[in-house]
Design a binder for this molecule. Sequence first.
Ligand code: ARG
Length: 572
Amino acid sequence: MINFKEKIAVILAETIEGLTVGEIRDMIEIPTDSKMGDYAFPCFKLAKVLRKAPPMIAQGIAEKLQENELFEKVENVNAYVNLFLSRKVFTQELVICVAADQDRYGSSTMGQNRKVIVEFSSPNIAKPFHIGHIRSTVIGNSIYKIYDFLGYDTVRINHLGDYGTQFGKMIVSYRRWGNEEDVTKEPIKTLLSYYVKFHEETEKDPSLEDEARDVFTKLENGEPEETRLWQWFRDESLKEFNRVYQMLGIEFDSFAGESFYSDKMERVVNMLKDAELLKESEGANIVDLEEYGMSPALITKKDGSSLYITRDIAAAVYRKEHYDFYKNLYIVASQQNLHFQQWIKIIGLLGFEWAKDCVHIPFGLVSLEEGTMSTRHGRVVFLEEVLTRAVNQTKEIILEKNVNTDNLDVTAKQVGIGAVIFQELSNNRIKDYVFSWEKVLNFEGETGPYVQYTHARAASVLRNGGDSTNQVIAAADKANVEYILGDSAYELAKLIYRFPEVILEAGEKYEPSVVTRHIVNIAQGFNKFYHDEHVLVANEEEKKAKLLLVYAAKQTIQNGLKLLGMEAPERM
Ligand code: ARG
């Protein structure tokens, strides 16, 4: 697609001495009010070089550009040159491009041959996969999709919390008070209850702690019986997590979690020793980070066992060696900021220049309207329950509204789950937010159902267009775009044109909400166009041109929804 900003910069460069195309391009603005043009060029900075008053300069430039057929109109207002693109040239270019790229519209090859690791979700085995985990899962999945769309070679890793002293406790508790049947039936709830039971019982009998520690040491040493139980707990938990991933349509390339690094830690500890970074402190080993304004990082405990941070250092080293990543991204809550600052610093201190390629992508807290979540007080909301409730409520709404669907169950799932994902990705990730049922399932306002509904509406118009639709998409260059140059059509076309830039921005900022907001804008732009204009008119030429714009809007919304990890139903 033509980069219009770039093209304008080239044209301007011919009339302006002393500035490069790049410098001019960076000066070009997009006015918030389209009455001031599609693009505007401020002349203040030129005053010095040209030794003329800015308004005079603007006037001079505007006069020279009058004849250029890229522009419909060129005006100078004070020190600005306001540029109005030829709607015809612009719209024609756009619709041809979208019709050619289709589901690749907005994609790029910029990431070719560069590997990006996206680590996300990473729940803890035998602990509930609650609504707090949804953030990492949904944001991470979208960041993965965006990088994939930009042509990067992506690897999705679920760094499961499947290791640590708590497994000693769980095994002890299971042996004393547990039974196989319960675990198989309801793994997470049961295992969690063992964990709680263990803590209750240790109040009465503190020696249980030692017992648990011994059991964990056995596990670390690979004793068969302990390993078997641990493996079983892991498998059962994973079954439950996979059910949620399936509902969300999320997959991973690797489930190498914390336990995967159990035999890779010694090497890392030795590296730290060799680099003289390790300090002994009351029998434990730490890395002192005071110089960098951080508390010390505990690497091994008194009994020699490793910690969460040790496993992260080992994981990063492993990933660099195994994948040779260009970027290694971690989508993890902002509560862990210090943890990430610490270990990424340690990687740097080890002399690895790729420390700069390890990026922590934090996000804020999610709370419930009823108050914050707390595992201890039993105020956990299981993600699976949230998703199921969203689907059921959507079903009710669809029935109430008498919406016409092919398959009620499928649509309810696409819309219900999509609604939860969309709300999750609506705000800047770093903001805390309150999960609200009312907002999630609203069909109006800036919600998932609204965007999906708009998409389905556009799909229905295209279906009604029948053969004309197919013909015009197959031969977009033959469309007579004169019929789609009105104000609302043009505003819609401009939003569609911006889509590829928006994807780039979302990737650079690791911010899916940029995509979410933009597709809301496109949906609103489409609805305005649809309200202002009759699409299925008798005049075949006019109808085809309009259908082509409807198609471009629908395709772009669909591509956007896919990047958020949502479905784009054809009917609802
Ligand atoms: N399992 C951890 C938790 O639930 C998140 C793991 C984050 N990833 C990492 N590499 N530390 O808090």
